[in-house]
Design a protein around this ligand. Structure first.
Ligand SMILES: Nc1ncnc2c1ncn2[C@@H]1O[C@H](COP(=O)(O)OP(=O)(O)OP(=O)(O)O)[C@@H](O)[C@H]1O
Ligand code: SF4
Ligand SMILES: [Mg+2]
Length: 340
C-alpha cells in the first residue's frame, strides 16, 4: 500500500560505506496513521539509508518535522519501523520483540533533548543512573558503585548522588542523562538534540564532554541537531534530511565547504560566519515558505516548491540519492546538483 501522495523513494546504497559498520540503516521508513480518523497517513521517514562505523559520529540535520527524531527512535527501537531495516553489529533488529531487545539495550542508548523532562523528578540521581543496570539484572550495590564512577566520568560531584533532578542546572541535568546512557557501556549513542535546550556556554561544555567520552570509550554517535554549527564541530560525516528523506550525505568537509543540494546550501547560508568581513560579503539563500506537510508531500522532488533552481522535471520526477561528482564519497538527491 502506498498511503501518501508520492511513491516511495527507490532503494539507495550508500557509496563507500564504512567497512564493517556498527549500524546499517536501509530504506528505513515510518508511516504514522493520521492523527484523526480521516486524515492522511504521515510518512515521517521515507527510505532512509546510512551507515555508522564504530567510534564514528554521523550528524543528522534538517528543519523541524523532517523526521530526525523518528529516525533515531527507530534505531533505538522505541519505535518499530513500518519499512526497511536497522542492522546493528550484523544483526537485523528492526522487528525484534521486547524480550529479544533487552540485551541490545545495553549496546544502544539514547540521550534526549530536554534533560529535565527526560529524568524522573521523583527519583534520585543514584536511581536514575543505575536504572539501566538494575533492568539488566545488576545487584543494587554494584549499580550504585557504577553510578558513582559515572558521575565522576561526566564531571558531576559524586556526593550529590542522592539529590533529585530539580536540584541541578540544565547542563548538570544533561550530564546526568549522559551518565545514564553510559551505564551499560554502550557502543552506539543516539543523541537527539542533546544541547538544543541548553544555554550556549553550557552547550560547549556538553559537546566537549561528549567528544571526550567518545575518545575515551570509543563510542559511535548519531548526533541529531538542527544547529549546523554544533554538528560541524562534532561529526565526521553529515546527513541532511528534508521531509523524511536524506537529500545529501557525505564527509563533513565536503558537505560544509561545497554543498551540492540547494537545500543544504540554503541551510548553510543561514549559519553565521565567525569572520565579520566574510559574513557581510556572503550570499544568503532564503528558503521560500515553510516545509510542506509529510501527510501531503509535493510530487517529484519534494523540495521543488521552495527551490529557486526547480525545473519541469523536478515537479514530476523524484531524484534518487546518488553520487554527484564521480569518485567522491558524497551523495545528493537532486536533478541539478551544484558542481563541486
Ligand atoms: N506519533 C506520531 N504520530 C503521527 N505523526 C507523528 C508522530 N511522531 C512524529 N510525527 C510526525 O512525523 C514528522 C517527523 O517528526 P519528527 O519528530 O521525527 O521530526 P524532527 O525532525 O525530529 O523535528 P524537530 O526538529 O521538531 O524535533 C512530523 O510531521 C511529526 O508531526
Ligand atoms: S531536484 Fe530540482 S527542485 Fe529538487 S532540489 Fe534539485 S533543482 Fe531543486
Ligand atoms: Mg526531533
Amino acid at each position: 500500500m502506498t498511503p501518501v501522495g508520492t511513491p516511495p523513494s527507490p532503494p539507495t546504497e550508500p557509496l563507500s560505506p564504512p567497512a564493517d559498520p556498527l549500524l546499517s540503516v536501509r530504506d528505513l521508513t515510518m508511516t504514522f496513521p493520521g492523527r484523526r480518523s480521516r486524515s492522511a497517513p504521515v510518512r515521517a521517514v521515507d527510505s532512509v539509508s546510512f551507515d555508522v562505523a564504530a567510534g564514528e559520529t554521523l550528524g543528522l540535520v534538517g528543519e523541524s518535522g523532517c523526521g530526525k527524531s523518528t529516525t533515531g527512535r527507530m534505531i533505538v527501537r522505541l519505535l518499530e519501523p513500518t519499512g526497511g531495516s536497522v542492522t546493528y553489529d550484523g544483526r537485523d533488529i528492526s522487528h525484534l520483540a521486547q524480550r529479544e531487545l533487552r540485551p541490545l539495550r545495553r549496546e544502544i542508548q539514547m540521550v534526549f533533548q530536554d534533560p529535565h523532562s527526560s529524568l524522573n523528578p521523583r527519583q534520585t540521581v543514584a536511581r536514575i543512573i543505575s536504572d539501566p543496570l538494575l533492568v539488566q539484572g545488576s545487584a543494587a550495590v554494584d549499580a550504585r558503585r557504577r553510578a558513582v564512577e559515572l558521575m565522576e566520568l561526566v564531571g558531576l560531584i559524586p556526593e550529590h548522588i542522592d539529590r533529585y533532578p530539580h536540584e541541578f542546572s540544565g547542563g548538570q541535568a544533561q550530564r546526568i542523562g549522559i551518565a545514564r546512557s553510559l551505564a551499560t557501556s554502550p557502543r552506539l549513542v543516539v543523541a537527539d538534540e542533546p544541547v538544543s535546550a541548553l544555554d550556549v556556554s553550557v552547550q560547549a561544555q556538553i559537546v566537549n564532554l561528549m567528544e571526550r567520552l567518545q575518545r575515551e570509550l570509543g563510542l559511535a554517535y548519531l548526533f541529531i541537531a538542527h544547529d549546523l554549527s554544533v554538528v560541524k564541530r562534532v561529526c565526521d560525516r553529515v546527513a541532511v534530511m528534508y521531509l523524511g528523506r536524506i537529500v545529501e550525505i557525505g564527509p563533513k568537509e565536503r558537505v560544509y565547504t561545497a554543498p551540492a543540494h540547494p537545500y543544504t546550501r540554503a541551510l548553510l547560508s543561514a549559519v553565521p560566519l565567525p569572520d565579520p568581513v566574510a559574513e557581510r560579503g556572503r550570499e544568503r539563500i532564503t528558503l521560500l515558505g515553510d516545509p510542506p506537510s509529510p501527510a501531503a508531500p509535493p510530487p517529484g522532488c519534494t523540495f521543488h516548491p521552495r527551490c529557486a533552481k526547480a525545473q519541469e522535471i523536478c515537479r514530476s520526477e523524484a531524484p534518487t540519492l546518488s553520487v554527484a561528482t564521480p569518485g567522491e564519497p558524497r551523495q545528493v538527491a537532486c536533478h541539478f546538483p551544484e558542481a563541486a
